[in-house]
Design a protein around this ligand. Structure first.
Ligand SMILES: Cc1ncc(C[n+]2csc(CCOP(=O)(O)OP(=O)(O)O)c2C)c(N)n1
Ligand SMILES: [Mg+2]
Length: 334
């Protein structure tokens, strides 16, 4: 009699090294942002602070298939993308604090991380504005005859903006190696997706621009990895761009000014979504498949916690930028 397959029979074997990398990356982003939230509450971080808690699998999965010389570009909810791209957590935290050792010398803060060394091209606060920049980087790659790619992360709120459509059109027409990844967390600030978009299956919009497009479970780090790996392969081969829609959820509010996010979504919805916690799910899968042991996970957790504690201590100890820096690094056109 044919045996009924269960999840464990069909679950792919996860390489221990990959399991370690993906889990520690997601745990690092989570812990880093939890500590950033604490620092914000203590008044050590000013301005805005947008956390990606709940969305870690998208950053970790997507960036895990890139080469170090590939690029990533993002929105103001970008701490995770920047860390996954390899930036030093100490310098990222110092930037959040507005200190001189920050990635942007303390002048940008949370929304304007930038790290040329690691190919992280920002940190952009204007919704949708970085999609044409990603197309421009794609053009530069092609013009120079390189085989790099750029991954462009943006929210569902960017989709009704003109820049989204302009960028996808030109990327497809000119075959620019851009992987557009929409982090669909179902809200743009307090506005639900259905209230803003005529087509709520965002990936389908790629068809209008004749580019490969797919949805993916954004809470499943391996699924994200697979779908992005295929898109990267296409982009490297002949510049084919892709539109991917990662279905995810932010567990916290839009920013620290909306911590409860209770006005526009129900408690039940949040509780239901928390059951899809990407870290909890992947940890269970890694343990079940034998890729990691409980003691491996404990070691990873300790190392991540130490890294974040060091980042906080570094930011605490970094001086304020001197006053004369106010007038440097300014783009001025006569
Ligand atoms: C052009 C523009 N309009 C409005 C805003 C104000 N704003 C900041 S974040 C945001 C919502 C964007 O939501 P989404 O793209 O879904 O990203 P998420 O915050 O969910 O990650 C808006 C409207 C802005 N920054 N830029
Ligand atoms: Mg959103």
């Amino acid at each position: 009699m044919a045996k009924t397959l269960n999840h464990q029979d069909v679950a792919p074997v996860i390489e221990p090294a990959l399991a370690r990398k993906l889990l520690s990356q997601m745990m690092l982003i989570r812990r880093f942002e939890e500590k950033a939230a604490e620092a914000y509450a203590l008044g050590k971080i000013g301005g805005f602070l947008h956390l990606s808690i709940g969305e870690e699998a998208v950053a970790a999965g997507a960036i895990s298939v890139l080469r170090p010389d590939d690029y990533a570009i993002s929105t103001y909810r970008e701490h995770g993308h920047c860390l996954a791209k390899g930036s030093d957590p100490k310098r990222v935290m110092a930037e959040l604090y507005g200190r001189r050792d920050g990635l942007s010398k303390g002048k940008g803060g949370s929304m304007h991380l930038f790290d040329k060394t690691h190919g992280f091209l920002g940190g952009h606060a204007i919704v949708g504005a970085h999609l044409p920049l990603a197309a421009g980087v794609g053009f530069a790659i092609k013009y120079r005859g390189e085989d790099r790619v750029i991954v462009c992360f943006f929210g569902d709120g960017a989709v009704p903006q003109g820049e989204f459509h302009e960028a996808l059109n030109i990327a497809s027409l000119w075959k620019l190696p851009v992987i557009f990844i929409c982090e669909n967390n179902r809200y743009a600030m307090g506005t639900a997706l259905e209230r803003a978009l005529a087509e709520t299956e965002i990936y389908k919009l790629g068809r209008s621009y004749r580019m490969p497009c797919e949805p993916v479970d954004g809470m499943d780090v391996l699924a994200v990895r697979d779908v992005v790996a295929r898109a990267v392969e296409r982009a490297r081969a002949d510049g084919t761009p892709s539109l991917l829609e990662a279905r995810t959820y932010r567990f916290r509010g839009h920013s620290m000014r909306d911590p409860a996010a209770a006005v526009y979504r129900t408690k039940e919805e949040v509780e239901r979504e928390r059951l899809r916690d990407p870290i909890v799910l992947f940890r269970a899968r890694a343990l079940e498949s034998g890729a990691l042991t409980e003691s491996d996970v404990a070691d990873l957790e300790k190392s991540v916690n130490d890294t974040v504690d060091e980042a906080v201590a570094f930011a605490d100890g970094s001086p304020e930028p001197p006053e004369e820096w106010l007038l440097t690094d300014i783009y001025k056109k006569d």
